[in-house]
Design a protein around this ligand. Structure first.
Ligand SMILES: [Zn+2]
Ligand SMILES: [Zn+2]
Length: 291
């Protein structure tokens, strides 16, 4: 555990700034009335502590490895076409290209059965709040990082563009997970809103695998994953009753619950009849179906 990263997270004004703004919006325009501070929000906070203490350094290492591999394949930055563009062009093209990569990684997390079980941890939240953006399994983080770094690296954009795109995405990720009754009005079919992403988290089967876009609705329109409803604010969560839902906000319970939620995807994969037979054969244990 990197203590400096934990401290950076615990004392990070961006976390509290973004969360405070979103919680204020929740207080004013809530979807369902509930206490702003809840067991579920506490569990999301602990996910954030672990991610920033352990997995952010890992993902930086992951990105560094990726960039080194990229340099080997495409030496001398010959594909870095945006390197000399003005900042506004780098920001605009970088944002759109990175957002497409976010869509692609999210599509994979939903459509590849093994990956879905890891992404289900993010979807398990029944009480959406700004910190739900931190509720992600490390396997999801690695998949996303690998895909998300690609466009900015290929374009060769400068550091201000990396920071600008990441800062906007950071704030927006908190907003769209908030318990806020807001569909962005005239912008609702352009930019992903809290209502749009809430529909993505819906328990209702008709909403499953819909509204996968991260920021630009365009990707869902182009690739057929768009849902037209801009008024409904459904209940959220996953239908699997075996998911280890958090029930207590004491530090010990939050830690144990986090461990069980990290273990959940592996158990779910082992139980999944569409995946497990091959895995069990590979492990030398013949698959037997029970009557
Ligand atoms: Zn999803
Ligand atoms: Zn989400």
């Amino acid at each position: 555990m990197h203590v400096d990263h934990v401290q950076a997270y615990l004392f990070n004004w961006k976390v509290y700034g973004a969360a405070a703004i979103c919680l204020a919006l929740e207080g004013l325009f809530f979807v369902r009335f509930r206490p702003l501070l809840s067991v579920q929000l506490a569990q999301d906070f602990v996910f954030g502590v672990l991610k920033h203490g352990l997995f952010v350094p890992l993902s930086f290492a992951n990105a560094a490895l990726y960039m080194a591999a990229y340099d080997l394949i495409l030496p001398s930055g010959q594909w870095q076409i945006a390197r000399d563009w003005p900042l506004w062009a780098q920001l605009g093209v970088g944002f759109v290209a990175a957002d497409f990569a976010v869509y692609l990684s999210h599509w994979m997390l939903h459509k590849v059965p093994v990956l879905w079980h890891f992404h289900a941890v993010h979807h398990s939240q029944t009480n959406l709040n700004p910190l739900t953006t931190h509720r992600t399994h490390v396997v999801q983080d690695v998949v996303e990082d690998i895909v998300r770094y690609l466009p900015l690296a290929v374009l060769g954009v400068g550091y201000p563009t990396w920071v600008g795109v990441r800062a906007f995405n950071w704030v927006w990720a908190h907003l769209i997970h908030s318990n806020v009754r807001w569909n962005l009005g005239p912008l609702r079919n352009v930019i992903v809103s809290p209502q749009y992403h809430r529909l993505h988290h819906s328990r209702d089967a008709e909403h499953h695998d819909r509204n996968l876009a991260g920021r630009l609705v365009l990707w869902d329109r182009l690739f057929g994953t768009w849902h037209p409803d801009r008024e409904t604010y459904p209940e959220t969560g996953i239908p699997d009753p075996s998911y280890p839902v958090e029930t207590s906000a004491t530090p010990g319970a939050l830690t144990r619950q986090l461990a069980r939620q990290y273990a959940y995807p592996f158990q779910a994969i082992w139980r999944d009849p569409s995946i497990a037979p091959g895995l069990r054969r590979a492990a030398g244990r013949p698959w037997r179906t029970t009557a």
